[in-house]
Design a binder for this molecule. Structure first.
Ligand SMILES: Nc1ncnc2c1ncn2[C@@H]1O[C@H](COP(=O)(O)OP(=O)(O)OP(=O)(O)O)[C@@H](O)[C@H]1O
Ligand SMILES: [Mg+2]
Length: 479
């Protein structure tokens, strides 16, 4: 009975006494009337009994009718409808049932509302998680899934077996162990149809509302980590390969020099020249790898020194002029008469410009111009990543070479990526130049934009902020 709800209506004994009084009233009245009128014999008693039975019958009918109405109303309460309360005879003892029933129903409804609110809250929290969370029943069927899980596994409804959503034998076996033996575990798996993604799934047995065992699966996506691991192993494989090629040539030449070319001065000279080329190539590769790792090490320490852009440009051009002359290329500087200082790492700026000019000379072809165009911008274009809309200096290296096909543009700044491997090797490329450029630009919180058209040439533009603020540099490509 509801403790907070005081009992309402008359106490049953009072109501019982009243009904007894009403029921026996006619009999008492008959006896009194016959006494006054002086009627004797069996008739007054019989008449009183009959009248009493009639009144008792009517009272009983009234009670049964009200009890039935009350029962119907209570059933309605159970179904959630309060409806109209039954009209009880004034002071009926049935009120002792009606009010607690009403109180109970209201409490149940409040509890239901609160449970619904809790469940909605829990759903909001789970949907806000970026990691997938799933609930499965004893048969391994998904009975609930948060937004991330639905997105990840393309679930447009529940009721799908978890094994079918992931199709990975390892996680299926771990789920079975959780459901059958109550074992909690963590498994790492990749969905069969998307091996580029990886998840760590924490599987926790739980009890379903029907008392059977179910399980909660909390997944954590590790795809980015997987990508980094792949990139690292690709890098090691590529770097080893790049080192192995000149090394094999050096070993071959040394053997030839020791053997067949031993007593042939002309051949020896030729082989020694190749040996020097290959050794230089290895040194360039090691130098590039070292500078790449140094730039990466300093990636989170933005440069803090003021550097004269005019000086950097002049020095780089002076350094690159002999290379341009050797490649029969004319270097043309197109810059405003006075240039501001930039907050930069001077060595890295030299390296950045040197790499871009070197590429333009190498891939621009002989008897062509390579233009270095410098522009001061009040607001960099919207495509300039983190520099967009801010005061910036744009340094573009423009060549008139063969250009680059659009499909290669997004990959140019990957380590060891070369459009034409053989050609790049022949001109002494290691495939690390643009990767170095990208990392330097990023460290300077700038932006690298590459535009190229086959048959017309390429334009590599670097935007550096003036003054340096903002976040990381990015690369956009356009053809
Ligand atoms: N100006 C350009 N014109 C045409 N292709 C280019 C140009 N710059 C770069 N590339 C292409 O992009 C590839 C990657 O350039 P990157 O500078 O990273 O390497 P590389 O020049 O081959 O070697 P490295 O610069 O390490 O000596 C080059 O191999 C070349 O195919
Ligand atoms: Mg290069």
């Amino acid at each position: 009975m509801a403790a907070s709800q005081p009992l309402r209506g008359p106490a049953p004994t009072v109501s019982l006494l009243r009904d007894t009084a009403v029921g026996t009233g006619p009999a008492v009245a008959a006896v009194l009337v016959s006494g006054v009128l002086g009627v004797e014999g069996l008739w007054p008693a019989l008449a009183g009994l009959l009248a009493g039975a009639l009144v008792a019958h009517l009272i009983a009918r009234l009670w049964i009718g009200q009890a039935a109405a009350l029962a119907t109303w209570i059933i309605g309460l159970g179904g959630g409808e309060e409806g109209r309360r039954p009209a009880l005879v004034l002071g009926s003892a049935l009120e002792w049932v009606m009010w607690p029933a009403l109180d109970l129903a209201r409490r149940a409804r409040r509890a239901e509302r609160q449970a619904a609110l809790q469940s909605r809250r829990l759903k909001t929290v789970l949907d806000a998680l970026s990691d997938p969370v799933l609930l499965v029943d004893a048969r391994g069927t998904i009975v609930d899934a948060n937004k991330a899980a639905r997105r990840t596994f393309g679930l447009d409804r529940t009721g799908v077996p978890f094994a079918r959503a992931t199709r990975d034998p390892g996680v299926t076996a771990a789920l079975r162990a959780a459901l059958e033996a109550g074992n909690a575990s963590t498994v790492v798996f990749s969905p069969v149809d998307d091996r580029l993604r990886r998840f760590a799934a924490r599987i926790q047995p739980t009890e379903s509302p029907d008392g059977s065992r179910g399980a909660v699966l909390a997944l954590r996506e590790q795809s980015e980590q997987l990508l980094i691991e792949r990139m690292r192993s690709d890098f090691v494989a590529n770097a080893s390969h790049e080192i192995k090629t000149p090394l094999a040539a050096i070993i071959g030449i040394v053997e030839t020099l020791r053997g067949p070319a031993r007593d042939d001065p002309a051949a020896r000279e030729m082989f020694l020249a190749t040996l020097a080329d290959e050794a230089n190539r290895m040194r360039r590769l090691v130098d590039d790898l070292l500078s790449l790792s140094q730039i990466e090490l300093a990636a989170h320490r933005p440069p803090a020194t003021r550097v004269s852009l005019a000086d950097v440009l002049q020095e780089t051009l002076a350094r690159m002029r002999p290379v341009a002359d050797a490649g029969k290329v004319r270097l043309v500087l197109d810059a405003p008469p006075s240039l501001p200082d930039v907050v930069a790492d001077a060595d890295q700026l030299h390296q950045l410009l040197g790499n871009l000019i070197d590429n333009a000379i190498k891939y621009g072809g002989p008897d062509k111009d390579v233009r270095i165009e410098v522009r001061l911008l009040d607001a960099a274009p919207a495509t300039a990543g983190p520099v967009a809309g801010r005061p910036a200096v744009e340094i573009a290296v423009v060549d008139q070479g063969e250009g680059i096909a659009p499909e290669h543009l997004p990959r140019l700044t990957e380590r060891f990526y070369r459009v034409d491997k053989g050609r790049s090797r022949k001109v002494g490329g290691t495939g690390l130049g643009l990767a170095i450029v990208k990392h330097i630009v990023r460290r300077h919180q700038g932006h690298l934009a590459i535009e190229s058209e086959l048959g017309r040439g390429s334009r590599f533009a670097v935007f550096l902020p003036l003054p340096a603020e903002g976040d990381h540099g990015t690369v956009t490509v356009r053809s």
